[in-house]
Design a protein around this ligand. Structure first.
Ligand SMILES: Nc1ncnc2c1ncn2[C@@H]1O[C@H](COP(=O)(O)OP(=O)(O)OP(=O)(O)O)[C@@H](O)[C@H]1O
Length: 276
């Protein structure tokens, strides 16, 4: 279980993520949606450890990991899709994935077990490269791949780490129509396993509708709705956040006060004195 408690970050006077409290349980895919600048990527950065919270906590299986660096969180099973900058551009697709598999496995000290381990590592890397439909490019340099293939490589490397929590930030952005189904199928397959906690930042609402078990809506850094997809999409708060650009007024409609959609009643336009 991944949890954030009143997670907050300020950049100067701007509160980019504002006291966001959410729980993400295994076997559930949660889509995090919201207009541009809502704080989705910043929230991801706080959860994965790329940014340090101003206040609030991040808990993984009950352990407070707020002070831990990103690498320690990865070690604990928090997996965020590799950024392009983390790929080795001058290594091949297969070599990149092999390194990711290797970082997950422990090699024995005896030569025999090292050899066996390397063989298993390479087999697993090949399997992952096939799964993301890069089999015919296994020997191509990562740097030479078109954008869509690089993103598929990122997903293969993430899967190589076998995390318990998968964090995807717009995984199909910039992909060709042929590549999109490959990545969505992989996410579907992860979801079908039923034991992974999956967080997905996604702008494409058709993808969200199909994949999400739950939707969290961020607006101006605040969590303004959290619940079942049909209820959240139908709620006034979402309609306003997406269509109006302005946050809804303080009094929420009775519809979204009822469970299972949780909304934050104090959602309103920010004023300068709100955050010091
Ligand atoms: N390092 C930073 N310094 C100052 N402001 C920042 C920084 N990072 C993000 N912000 C601001 O925080 C807010 C939230 O940005 P963020 O990128 O998290 O939004 P988003 O919901 O992911 O948007 P998009 O959908 O466009 O990717 C924005 O106003 C952004 O300008």
């Amino acid at each position: 279980m991944l949890e954030t408690e009143r997670l907050t970050i300020r950049f100067g006077g701007h509160v980019a993520v504002d006291a966001v409290s959410c729980r993400f349980v295994p076997g559930t895919l949660t889509a995090i949606v919201g207009p541009n600048g809502a704080g989705k990527t910043t929230y991801f950065n706080l959860v994965s450890g790329q940014l340090k919270a101003t206040s609030g906590r991040v808990l993984l299986d009950g352990v407070d990991i707020t002070a831990e660096p990103a690498s320690a969180r990865t070690h604990r099973g928090l997996g965020r899709a590799f950024q392009l900058t983390q790929l080795f551009p001058q290594l091949s697709v297969l070599e990149n994935v092999r390194l990711a598999v290797q970082s997950r496995r422990r090699e024995g000290l005896r030569l025999w077990s090292v050899w066996l381990d390397q063989r298993a590592t390479l087999e697993r890397a090949r399997e992952l490269v096939e799964q993301v439909a890069l089999g015919d490019r296994a020997d191509a340099l990562a740097a030479s791949l078109p954008h869509g293939d690089q993103r598929k490589l990122e997903v293969a490397m993430l899967m190589a780490l076998e995390p318990s929590v998968y964090m995807f930030d717009e995984p199909t952005a910039g992909m060709s129509v042929d590549d999109v189904p490959v990545v969505l199928d992989l996410i579907r397959a992860l979801k079908a396993r039923g034991d992974k906690t999956i967080l997905l930042v996604e702008h494409k609402m058709d993808v969200v509708r199909e994949l999400a078990d739950r939707i969290v809506v961020l607006h101006n850094g605040q969590c303004v709705a959290d619940g079942r997809p049909a209820d959240v999409i139908a709620s006034a708060v979402v309609q306003q956040a997406y269509l109006g650009g302005a946050a809804p007024e303080a009094t929420p409609s009775p519809r979204y006060e009822e469970p299972p959609v949780r909304t934050i009643p104090a959602v309103r336009e920010r004023r300068p004195h709100d955050h010091g």
